[in-house]
Design a protein around this ligand. Structure first.
Ligand code: ADP
Ligand code: MG
Length: 305
């Protein structure tokens, strides 16, 4: 098989923190990311695109909440599927148009992806992931946490991904040379009861799901595009130091010392360690504009075995 990478796009790249999240803004942001993806494809890479959905699924949840007296609200797993469709459609169309312009003969397809989780995962007893709108007052409809200065927020379980249900279909497409968009938003969490799958309310981290997919497909390279150029030690402090080329042994030391925040850089580093420990060769973490330079070892952070 041609050299293949998992390319994980941050949900915050598609709707940036300062933006409202209009269709035009998201279209523009996906366009920028797709320009970089084209450059990566031109370097001879086969690509599986994964992406986050935090801002988008948050908006969908708010819509369910606001309209609940008029239209029956959909559960979180359905909202996850809706966001996979929304973002997948944008990437699928914009990338297809750019491939055509660049005379690259590749097809793009989105797979609605379910990800198996363990019903006994401790997250189901102690949910940790804040999602959706902020509330002034705590309500009893679901577990909530208070986020300083911002208000109350619903928390949902963020279980560990165990298996990508559609992995065989994704593999066939990748081997065919197609660009596949999968595991959107970390995938839709499902549990298996007597051989039957059922959606469960929760949000899987997209970096951990991307790693699981890489492992299952035997993909040895992963690139995570986010809103920082590098991974840093002492991030946000006066003595912050950017990491450039780091070995597995070194990154595990830094992780142990608590350099990577839970819920943001933490899962990217955990995913990187898992991949490198399971046959992976390299993980690149940077911003979209530096993607090519990062692959050439001239920018960003590269984690190697
Ligand atoms: P994405 O949507 O791409 O997953 P996240 O917000 O989850 O984005 O993760 C990226 C964020 O991680 C950065 O914007 C940064 O604020 C934060 N971060 C936490 N710790 C670090 C670190 N050690 N180095 C770099 N960024 C960090
Ligand atoms: Mg994230």
């Amino acid at each position: 098989m041609q050299k293949t990478m998992i390319l994980a796009l941050g949900g915050n790249m598609i709707k940036k923190a300062k933006e409202k999240g209009t269709f035009e803004e998201q279209y523009e942001n996906v366009t920028t990311s797709c320009d970089q993806i084209i450059e990566i494809i031109k370097q001879g890479w086969n690509i599986v695109i994964t992406h986050g959905n935090g801002p988008q699924v948050g908006n969908l949840l708010l819509q369910q909440e606001l309209l609940k007296d008029k239209i029956p609200p959909m559960p979180l797993d359905v909202c996850g599927a809706l966001s996979q469709g929304e973002i997948g459609y944008l990437v699928q169309q914009i990338l297809r148009n750019k491939l055509k312009k660049n005379k690259i003969n590749k097809k793009v397809v989105t797979i609605i992806t379910q990800v198996l989780v363990d019903e006994k995962d401790p997250e189901f007893k102690n949910p940790s992931k804040p999602i959706g709108p902020f509330y002034k007052i705590k309500n009893n409809r679901f577990p909530m946490v208070y986020q300083t200065g911002k208000g109350w927020r619903r928390v949902v379980p963020s279980p560990d991904p165990k298996e990508i249900i559609e992995k065989d279909q994704i593999k066939d497409l990748v081997e065919n040379g197609d660009v596949v968009i999968a595991c959107g938003g970390g995938g839709i969490p499902v549990v298996e009861r007597r051989g039957q799958l059922k959606g469960i309310e929760g949000v899987i981290d997209k970096d951990l799901a991307s790693e699981k997919l890489a492992e299952e497909l035997g993909i040895k390279t992963m690139m995570i595009l986010t809103d920082v150029d590098n991974v840093y030690l002492n991030y946000g402090e006066k003595n912050q130091k950017k990491l450039e080329k780091v070995t597995l042994k070194e990154i595990k030391e830094h992780q142990k010392r608590g350099h990577f925040q839970k819920g943001s850089m933490g899962p990217k580093i955990e995913a990187s360690i898992r991949l490198l420990e399971n046959g992976g060769e390299g993980v690149f973490i940077t911003s979209p504009k530096l993607a090519i330079k990062c692959l050439q070892g001239k920018a960003g952070t590269a984690l190697i075995r």
